[in-house]
Structures are given as C-alpha cells and as structure tokens.
Write a new protein. Sequence first.
Length: 144
Amino acid sequence: MHKEQKQYDSLAQFVSTEREKLGLSQSGLAKKCNLTLGEIGSIESGIETFLSTTVRQKLSKGLKVGLCDIKKYEKGESFTLGSAKEIEEIKEQILANGEFSKIALYCPICGERLITRIAKMYDLEDNLMLHPKAKCSKCPFQIS
C-alpha cells in the first residue's frame, strides 16, 4: 500500500500538520522528541528553516516520518545571496557589536531585520573560535 503524501509549503507547516495528525501539542511533541518547547516553537513558527542532524533525527522519530520527509521542506544550509563583501561586512558587525547588540542589522536581499548570534567553538588546541551567524526573519538569506 502506498499512501499519497500531501505537499506542504514549508517545514513549519509540515511539522505542525504532522504533529496535529498524531494528536500532540507542541509540548507533547517536544517531550516525545526530547527537544525543548522553544525548539519546536521555532520550527513551527518558521524561524528555524534548517535543522541539525540530531534535531532532524529526533523530530523524524517523534513525528513517525522519514528523514527525507523532513529534509525536503528544509531550506538549504548554505543558501546565501548577496555579495561576498556584504556578507563579510555583516559578519564583522556581528562580531564587533556582540551577540546581544542593540544595533539592528538588515538583510541585503529584502531589507528585513536579521536574527544574529555568535557560535562559540573551540579548535583542537582549545582556543576559542567565534563564528558569526545570521538569518533573515523573512526571506531565506542566511550566513552560517
């Protein structure tokens, strides 16, 4: 038996609809997937458009769907538009102003406000490495 699969407009719509089919609240899905309510909320509100492998696996298991079912609704991880110069300027501004800066940065594509953060990682010699990240609150632009 091959069941017909509905096409969705976004990852948010897919996750929300599949969760509702299972009769789960966002909180229930979060518990079932071992994710936070905030993570589920970010996915269903469209803030998170690309998931880490771990989150994708947990969500797949919790929703009882295949990994490929989730992946086809995600936006590409490395999707960026704009010139390399614009992107480097945004990265520099994020690093210069800090993670919780009151200075707003705007998308070079659509002009909406960027959601920014600084990922803190350590190299093999235990040196702190700061990586600026940004994503648009409206279009698929992101710096990862």
